[in-house]
Design a binder for this molecule. Structure first.
Ligand code: PLP
Length: 226
């Protein structure tokens, strides 16, 4: 019997493929991240066995406990950090992750720059934007993105690949997706990470190159995450 996560994965993949085609986008235009936060190796292994290799975690510490062991058994794993990063964890984050999607302030940019040089590793980097201008949440304010992008490139020697957002709960996500896509286009950035279980097809329609799907693949999380 196929594990339910694998059936979910295949359904999400098929829907993304269909939406890419309906939106006249390239077949390989959007990468699916299976967000495995709160789920242990027993849940992740069926998805790896099914051939999927791209995963997202929101906590450095949790990822550090789970993924080095899985990487010994499976080749080609690509890990994305999608949760807030503290500067004292920048070293672990650079060591563990292939993409860090949550660069959102100068202190983090400086800490990453230092670690990237020290470790001679080059994780891809996205700037997280608070498209809903929520001061209590992660992400840089939209009007500061261009300056921050220049700071990252010019002061920190960081290569920024694109932008990421989490729209505010209760708002039409498509407006935020369109805003993020336009900001990325204006800065000539290719990667746009947006869309979660509830809205990933809208994100694909609006130009997402990365969607982050957790509960839609692994099922409901048994404990809430910050
Ligand atoms: C948890 C999380 C997701 C996945 O959420 P689901 O609704 O379970 O798909 C996507 N992005 C971020 C930043 C997350 O923290």
């Amino acid at each position: 019997m196929t594990h339910f996560t694998v059936q979910n994965l295949q359904k999400v993949q098929a829907e993304i493929a269909e939406q890419l085609s309906a939106s006249h986008r390239a077949k390989d235009g959007c990468q699916l991240i299976a967000v495995s936060k709160t789920f242990d190796a027993d849940h992740i292994i069926p998805v790896l066995e099914a051939g999927h290799r791209v995963f997202g975690e929101n906590k450095v510490q949790e990822a550090k406990g789970k993924w080095p062991g899985l990487r010994e058994k499976y080749d080609g794993i690509e890990l994305h950090l999608i949760g807030p990063l503290q500067s004292n964890k920048a070293g672990d984050a650079v060591a563990l992750f292939d993409m860090i999607e949550t660069v959102d302030r100068e202190k983090i940019a400086r800490a990453l720059s230092k670690e990237i040089k020290k470790q001679n590793k080059t994780p891809k980097l996205l700037i997280q934007v608070s498209t809903g201008k929520e001061p209590q949440k992660a992400g840089i304010m939209p009007e500061l993105v261009a300056n921050f992008f220049n700071f990252c490139q010019n002061e920190c020697d960081l290569v920024i690949s694109g932008l990421m957002c989490i729209p505010p709960a209760g708002e039409d996500p498509s407006i935020h997706f369109q805003m993020l896509k336009k900001m990325a286009d204006d800065l000539d950035l290719k990667q746009v990470s947006m869309g979660m279980s509830a809205d990933y097809l809208h994100a694909v329609e609006n130009g997402a190159t990365v969607v982050r799907v957790g509960s839609g693949i692994f099922g409901a999380r048994s404990y809430p995450v910050a």
